[in-house]
Design a protein around this ligand. Structure first.
Ligand SMILES: Cc1cc2nc3c(=O)[nH]c(=O)nc-3n(C[C@H](O)[C@H](O)[C@H](O)COP(=O)(O)OP(=O)(O)OC[C@H]3O[C@@H](n4cnc5c(N)ncnc54)[C@H](O)[C@@H]3O)c2cc1C
Length: 479
């Protein structure tokens, strides 16, 4: 797996402020043939979590990383950790039924708790407890109440519903309506977390080799053979945790992931400009998956939004992100952008991660999409438990098979579908705001009508009162 020129260009783009603080430990290349119990391919969140879980339970593990630890999505995400998957619960229930959805949800919550525990051990200074808000861009209060009841009462999640007024008092924009608030969600610095996870894994005995791409795997037999350009490895289990860069050793798997590059940016310090505009310290995401942002370092805004299915120069997307910020918060129309970066993740056709055993001893942990912090942790624990204790809960993910994304044509279709769903979401938002304005105008008209009627009534009462007052003396006169 040779990095392309554009890959290297992206890797060289200045990472966000939070990531810059991560220590850049260099690790050796695998230099001689080695034996181990488990070989993990890929040192992102998924690979390092499974490696750490296995090693701290006494298993010998080698991680082979084609480039550097955390160079891709795992080291460059927005660091928002909350329960759930990219697929809404209603869709999951339709697919696998209520009971399995409840178990899947519990695993996703467990994944978030697992990250919290690791972060507390590895990098407590980077953890920010601020909750997460999932805001709706349409007026869908009824739908939200249903979801709220299911998550809170049936799935035992710590979640509350926010009315439109509360959302708008907290986030000064007319774009958002109701919201789900996850008070236990938290944020961390992605780069530092990954660095800390690698450190924990190494302390537990994991050997990590960088610049060591796996070029082929012979998965037959009890001992599998893993080839790299510089040396061979033999292992009883192989975990494919290479995300969409897995390449030659698992071409079929690679074909089941639609590559998505997501672009993110950081503003310079904004002083007190965020006061009264964004009064929420946690992460905010809209339920269309378009905008995702949070305040970092007290007064900078970290914002991610645009996506492409091909790799492009992230610098080009600074303007697009500024436009998104301006669209949602016109008050921040003139904020600048200090850093822009991108990273790639694999999106599956069904939207759920691929977690499980492909054949005896060959495991897969990939397809985590844009909600990867909690789900990679869930995958790491599940696969480690399956190897160590023959725990078969990973089978909960079996309904989400490896489905081919359609190759190059699939990318084009995926991009078109992405644009379409963003436009549809934008249109739905526009209609929702239009409906809201029309309803407000109607209400204003109603109130004006009521005021006019009240005034007429008051005037008639006054006329009657006056006329009876003028008639009263003559009546008295008649006595
Ligand atoms: C901009 C952005 C923001 C995001 N924000 C959030 C967020 O706030 N919250 C959240 O939960 N998720 C977020 N995500 C998603 C999350 O970052 C990913 O889902 C997650 O990092 C995927 O982890 P991974 O280990 O599967 O992949 P990766 O991080 O890509 O790691 C895979 C590793 O495997 C290596 N590899 C691949 N093939 C081979 C091979 N053949 N030999 C050796 N090594 C190989 C690669 O070099 C790579 O280092 C975000 C993603 C992006 C892009």
């Amino acid at each position: 797996m040779i990095p392309s020129a554009t890959d290297q260009a992206t890797a060289g783009v200045e990472p966000p402020l939070e990531v810059r603080g991560a220590s850049k430990v260099e690790r050796p290349r695998l230099g001689c043939d080695t034996d181990t119990e488990v070989c993990v391919v890929g040192a992102g969140l998924a690979g390092l979590t499974v490696a750490y879980e296995l090693a701290r339970n006494g298993t010998s593990v080698v991680v082979l990383e084609g480039r550097r630890v955390g160079w891709n999505a795992s080291g460059h995400n927005l660091g928002a950790v909350m329960p759930g998957y990219a697929v809404p619960v209603e869709e999951l229930i339709a697919r696998v039924g209520f009971e399995d959805t409840r178990e899947l949800w519990a695993l996703s919550q467990r994944g978030a708790d697992y990250v919290r525990a690791n972060a507390a051990a590895a990098c407590p200074e980077t953890v920010v407890a601020g909750g997460a808000l999932e805001v709706s861009t349409v007026d869908a209060g009824d739908r939200l109440i249903g979801r709220l009841q299911m998550l809170g009462e049936d799935f035992g999640t710590d979640v509350e519903g926010w009315q439109v007024e509360r959302v708008r008092n907290t986030l000064r924009t007319s774009r958002y309506f109701h919201a789900l608030h996850f008070p236990n969600a938290f944020q961390l610095d992605a780069g530092r977390y990954l660095d800390g996870l690698a450190r924990l894994a190494e302390q537990a005995g994991v050997r990590i080799f960088e610049d060591t791409p796996v070029v082929s795997i012979d998965p037959g037999g009890i001992r599998k053979r893993i080839m790299t350009p510089s040396a061979r490895l033999r292992a009883s289990h192989v975990v494919l945790a290479g995300n969409l860069h897995i390449g030659a050793p698992a071409l079929r798997l690679a074909g089941t992931l639609l590559p998505v590059w997501r672009y993110a940016a950081l503003t310079p310090p904004l002083g007190d400009r965020l006061d009264g505009v964004i009064g929420f310290q946690g992460a905010v995401s809209d339920d269309d998956g378009i905008d995702h942002f949070r305040i970092v370092g007290g007064n900078r805004l970290m914002w991610s939004s645009p996506e492409t299915t091909w790799q492009a120069n992230p610098e080009k997307f600074g303007k697009v992100i500024r436009h998104r910020i301006r669209t949602v918060f016109p008050q921040l129309a003139d904020v600048g952008i200090e850093n822009v970066w991108s990273a790639a993740f694999g999106r599956t056709v069904h939207g759920m991660p691929q977690i499980g055993q492909l054949r005896p001893g060959l495991w897969v942990a990939s397809g985590f999409g844009r909600q990867g912090l909690n789900t990679t942790a869930a995958a790491g624990e599940l696969i480690a438990k399956a190897i160590l204790e023959r725990d078969d809960r990973w089978k909960l993910f079996s309904p989400f098979e490896l489905v081919w994304t359609g190759g190059a044509a699939g990318r084009v279709v995926g991009h078109a579908a992405n644009i379409l769903s963003r436009r549809t979401a934008a249109l739905a938002g526009t209609f929702a705001r239009l409906r809201e304005r029309t309803a407000a105008r109607e209400q204003e008209r109603e109130m004006a009508r009521a005021r006019r009627l009240a005034a007429i009534k008051a005037r008639s009462v006054e006329v009657v009162r006056r006329s009876s007052a003028t008639q009263r003396p003559s009546q008295q006169d008649s006595f």
